[in-house]
Design a protein around this ligand. Structure first.
Ligand code: NAI
Length: 296
């Protein structure tokens, strides 16, 4: 099965943290890219952020200015979903809520051609459930990128109950063509990485809640002795405490409240307080001006 022709357009719906990164990957792979977001002005902002990021790569000598200019000439924010009509692939990276994602795909199906591949970047919802309302669910896959998408090679390619093998193969071939490392996986709770990573976060949170050490110390131990690039507290500040916590809740629900996956009260309190990590300037640690170093 061949990858999607780079001359064909790729649409990204939801242009927040992940959507911007995924759009940048598709753009640098040579595709025309369309950006759509429900929040007014957000797609234009995302196009500006991508241009700024590519500009920094040019400044560092890692991207040719002419290649950057050609890429940006292929990037187009869309004001209406209808403008995504000619896309060969639509990747959704909107809010992690099943009903909202289902409604979006129902609307998208009215807009795109029947051979357009539809993909969700969901971290923790069942791909099968997101596709449940589609008339043609065979062309629906999970394409789970990791944050930051331009730097992280792994992409989980998830087959839902109704996904055609041809669609999954086409998605995998496209990820390889984009320089990614696709890994095929079944539609199980948390797929591979988010399922495997739950105990990593949960045990670190328990060690903290038991009073053994503070987050900075636990992170340092795992970095220096465990060989991890980031400790669990700084990593969840990067991911977003809300995103990480909602993945834990989904996996906990999916495994019938197995105690192994019990969500953390301490992390829940951070989310309630709006201390979501880097994106809000404070999570387990403080960021930005006035924060000389991360502080618990
Ligand atoms: P985000 O909050 O940064 O961005 C979401 C964007 O979607 C916002 O710009 C919002 O305006 C837009 N949006 C919401 N509802 C919409 C709708 N109905 N139609 C169009 N646009 C809509 O979220 P983030 O972190 O980028 O996450 C997006 C998805 O990616 C979620 O499913 C999340 O679970 C998944 N994900 C997140 C990762 C992370 O590290 N943050 C990693 C991998 C997957």
């Amino acid at each position: 099965m061949t990858a999607i022709d780079p001359a064909r357009a790729v649409a990204v719906v939801g242009t927040g943290t992940m959507g911007q990164g995924i759009a940048q990957v598709a753009l640098t792979a040579g595709h025309p890219v369309r950006l759509y977001d429900a929040a007014p002005g957000r797609a234009e902002e995302a196009a500006g952020a991508i241009a700024a990021r590519l500009g920094r790569l040019v400044d560092k000598g890692r991207l040719d200015a002419a290649v950057r200019d050609a890429a940006l000439s292929r990037l187009r924010p869309a004001a209406q979903l209808a403008e995504l009509a000619g896309s060969a692939l639509v990747i959704e990276a909107i809010v992690e809520q099943l009903g909202v994602k289902q409604k979006l795909f129902e609307e998208l199906e009215q807009v795109v051609a029947q051979d357009c591949l539809l993909a969700t970047n969901t971290s923790s919802l069942a791909v099968t459930a997101v596709a449940a309302a589609l008339r043609h669910p065979g062309r629906f896959v999970g394409l789970h990128f990791f944050n930051p998408a331009p730097l992280m090679p792994l992409v989980e390619v998830v087959r839902g109950f109704a996904t055609d093998e041809a669609a999954a193969e086409r998605a995998r071939a496209t990820m390889t063509a984009w320089g990614k490392t696709p890994v095929a996986c079944a539609d199980t709770p948390g797929f591979i990485v988010n399922r495997l990573a739950r105990p990593f976060y949960a045990e670190a949170l328990r060690v903290y809640e038991e009073g053994a050490a503070d987050p900075a110390t636990i992170d340092a131990v795992l970095r220096e002795s465990g060989g991890f690039r980031m400790g669990p507290f700084e990593l969840t500040d990067l991911i977003g405490q809300d995103v990480n916590n909602s993945v834990t809740h989904s996996v906990y629900e999916a495994f019938f409240h197995s105690p192994k996956f019990t969500p953390s009260l301490a992390q829940g309190r951070l989310v309630q307080a709006g201390l979501l990590g880097r994106k809000t300037g404070r999570g387990w640690f403080a960021y930005g001006e006035g924060a000389e170093k991360p502080e618990p």
